[in-house]
Design a binder for this molecule. Structure first.
Ligand code: BGC
Length: 743
């Protein structure tokens, strides 16, 4: 017999043995049978668990010991990262290994020394691409890396709306509009869960500030919340069914989000019929009663005053204060999500020494994806006299500021990643309210200076730190073009006090612009910033926190290897005085003080507020320039039970490029009612035309009736526009719709 045949017989016999063993296991443990539905499997597993086992999966620690904090014990299998929840080995149910992921697979505290990951552009940069398939591919990348590192739960995607341009965490979110944020989050979640990793939609809800985040009471009209922040979550949930939702630190209308019956029981699990589990944010649980109000799991338990979901919850069950059926429901939700995404059937592969198979990660391919997101996320805000793209004939270029000789800045906090392309330069910031060691600025390698030199090999490229405006101006004066990098480090647990750039950078830009009319500014920030020098510079790019390949992406846009196509996912107000919310004077003075914040703008977040109040922003939501031009035609709107719009887009230039046509509601019966109804990123060759058709979600045309628990679409004339941004309207159509109520 040929050796290969022998081998196949041996393999077949072994395979048959395995199948038999699996079948046997499945009949003894029917919840391990992948042919059954996730609901049935979860029900069967819970029925097989004793009370102690059920309670054991409802809480767990952050498996990291921090200096200065009481040490916590966790089993050897726990991966040092954000969270660990024990499994039930007797029943073949795995533990939960949880990692943060807003910027890539996090390793912020260097808890796994040297464990690198692809450091992606911030979520706000992804949002600026307005590109749904790109969001899904980003989720797939995150899921793949998480799985290969041994994780089965990813603590992302963040879908809070950007209500305040000073919120330290807006870079982790997907902008100010519920449709944009909801659709992008859904695609990312699909990508993550396709890799058998549970995605966690966070932070539920109205977590719009970081300073005072644990004591802040977000006061908001309930119906307005349903039409804004909650709508983003609802859209994401119904399209992608994330396994978990993370409730936030803050209070909402008087009760903590993680113990908020209205948010968790009535809206999320009641009205939206959410079937997954609600996990707490780390240190956001306030008592056993939170279990009655909808919280299913206590995360990072050592950060709370007590391990409430440990002995106290067991005692409450024994005393009949928390019914056993609620415990069953909590356990069932946690298990159902794991079965639904295939986390139990496809556990992370472990090598012979029981280490995750990190070698499986294709960092090169993932870096190419990070580059693509950075390229598509960069927004060209200003390009006077078509200075950009820069020509290959430049002889002398001055690069100034932003530590552009070192790398690109990243946002800070639990999302921090150790990049895969080399060690970052880490600058401890010091000062401020200490929160672990979030106050460290990471400069990711891949310096923009090196990328500019590579893009312009014929030019002399000099660098100045930008520390002294006079030095920077002197260098700029002798250059053909001056490129000024400005940065602002923004981070979790801290809001910046105002919209300005720190460390005298405005003075440097002003001095450089006065010395050279060909000045281009590159912003590396987590939010809009005020640009008092805007009229004096020729060009501005918003690069956000562009990730480990950001230096190259910036140079690609500057020199035209890439035609910019990003659009603003947030309004850029002129300055603090002209922004939607004044800086809250009561924030920050005492991080532990109880503060109430009235979100009186209600559902009018971002562009909705600016339009309704007639306040002119510096750059509107949806705005972004490119090196091509596009023409729109044939805008039509169709009524009926599923309203829709159609139009064509033509690339009317000589350059291939992408455009993002947007459709907005402007008014109902003549009354201003600005809302984004749809968008589509289209890639077109010169002269090419594409027909676009979009269905309109009727919720975007309606108001929520909180008392009746339903959406109400009023009869009337709806004015719709096809636009290039929230302000740049190209064509309009009226749509007559009859009244309609729906849930
Ligand atoms: C953050 C969460 C994060 C968790 C675990 C908290 O501080 O708010 O977003 O997932 O820590 O690291």
């Amino acid at each position: 017999m040929k050796p290969s045949l022998v081998a196949s017989i041996v393999l077949a016999t072994l395979g048959a043995g395995l199948v038999a063993a699996t079948c046997e296991a499945a009949s003894a443990r029917p919840w391990l049978d992948a042919n059954r539905s996730p609901d049935e499997r979860a029900r069967l597993a819970v029925a097989a668990m004793n009370t102690e086992e059920k309670l054991s999966i409802l809480h767990g620690p952050m498996p990291i010991n921090f200096p200065g904090m009481a040490p916590v014990a966790f089993p050897a299998e726990a991966i040092p990262a954000a969270g660990y929840i024990p499994g039930v080995p007797r029943l073949g149910l795995p533990a939960l290994f949880e990692t943060d992921a807003s910027l890539g697979i996090a390793n912020g505290f260097d808890a796994r020394p040297g464990d690198v990951a692809t450091a992606l552009p911030s979520s706000l940069a992804l949002a600026a691409s307005f590109n749904l398939p790109l969001a899904q591919a980003t989720g797939t990348l995150l899921g793949e890396e998480a799985h290969a590192k041994g994780f089965n739960v990813l603590l992302g995607v963040g879908a809070n709306l950007a209500r305040d341009p000073r919120n330290g965490r807006n870079f982790e979110y997907l902008g100010e509009d519920p449709l944009l944020a909801g659709l992008l989050a859904a695609e990312e979640i699909h990508g993550i869960q396709g890799q058998h990793v549970v995605a966690t939609l966070k932070h539920f809800a109205i977590n719009s500030h970081e300073t005072n985040r644990t004591t802040l009471d977000a006061r908001i009209d309930e119906a307005a919340a349903r039409e804004s922040d909650l709508l983003a979550f609802q859209l994401a949930l119904e399209r992608s069914d994330p396994g978990a939702v993370m409730c936030s630190y803050n209070l909402v209308n008087g009760s903590h989000a993680c113990g908020n019956d209205w948010l968790l029981n009535q809206v999320l699990k009641g009205d939206w019929q959410y079937r997954g589990w609600v996990m707490s944010d780390w240190g956001a649980v306030h008592g056993v009663d939170d279990a009655l109000h909808g919280l299913d799991q206590q995360s990072g338990e050592q950060l709370d005053k007590q391990v409430y979901f440990g002995a106290p919850l067991a005692a409450a069950v024994a005393a009949g204060k928390v019914p056993m059926r609620r415990i069953d429901d909590m356990a069932r939700r946690i298990l159902r999500s794991q079965f639904a995404v295939g986390a139990v059937d496809n556990p992370p592969a472990l090598s012979s020494d029981r280490q995750p198979d990190k070698a499986a990660i294709d960092y090169k391919a993932h870096a190419a994806h990070a580059l693509e997101v950075a390229r598509q996320g960069i927004v060209l805000l200003r390009n006077e006299g078509a200075l950009l793209p820069l020509p290959a004939t430049l002889r002398r270029i001055a690069v100034i500021g932003g530590n552009a000789h070192v790398g690109v800045l990243s946002g800070g906090g639990s999302a921090q990643v150790l990049p895969s392309n080399g060690p970052p330069v880490i600058v401890p910031i010091g000062g401020g309210a200490p929160f672990f060691d979030f106050r460290k600025a990471f400069y990711l390698p891949g310096s923009p200076l090196a990328a500019i030199r590579a893009a312009a090999p014929q030019a002399q490229v000099d660098f100045d730190s930008g520390s002294f405006p006079a030095d920077a101006a002197a260098l700029a004066a002798v250059a053909d073009v001056a490129i000024v990098f400005v940065t602002r480090h923004e981070l979790e647990a801290y809001d910046v006090p105002d919209m300005r750039l720190p460390n005298g950078q405005d003075e440097t830009v002003a001095a450089v612009a006065a010395a050279n009319p060909h000045t281009v500014v590159v912003l590396e920030t987590g939010n809009p910033v005020a640009m008092p020098w805007i009229d004096r510079v020729a060009g501005v790019l918003a690069a956000w926190y562009p990730g480990q390949e950001g230096g190259r992406a910036i140079a690609d846009v500057l020199f035209g290897a890439v035609n910019p196509s990003g659009r603003l996912p947030v309004t850029f107000p002129v300055d603090d005085a002209h922004s939607m919310r004044p800086r809250l004077p009561n924030l920050g003075a005492n991080p532990a003080a109880d503060v109430g914040v009235d979100y009186s703008e209600g559902a009018d977040v971002g562009y909705r507020w600016y339009l309704r109040h007639g306040v002119q922003p510096l750059y509107p939501f949806g705005f972004g320039l490119g090196y091509s031009s596009f023409a729109y035609a044939g805008f039509d709107a169709q009524a009926g039970s599923q309203p829709s719009v159609s139009f064509t887009v033509t690339n009317s230039s000589q350059r291939a490029g992408a455009d993002v046509p947007q459709v907005y509601l402007v008014s109902v019966g003549g009354k201003a009612e600005p809302r984004l109804l749809g968008f589509r990123r289209v890639q077109l060759n010169p002269g090419e035309t594409q027909a676009v058709r979009m269905n309109i979600d009727p919720r975007l045309l309606s108001h929520f009736d909180e008392a009746g628990g339903r959406w109400r679409l009023a009869a009337g004339t709806y004015k719709l526009v096809l636009a290039r941004s929230a302000l740049d309207r190209v064509m309009e159509r009226d749509l007559r719709l009859p009244a309609r109520d729906f849930r």
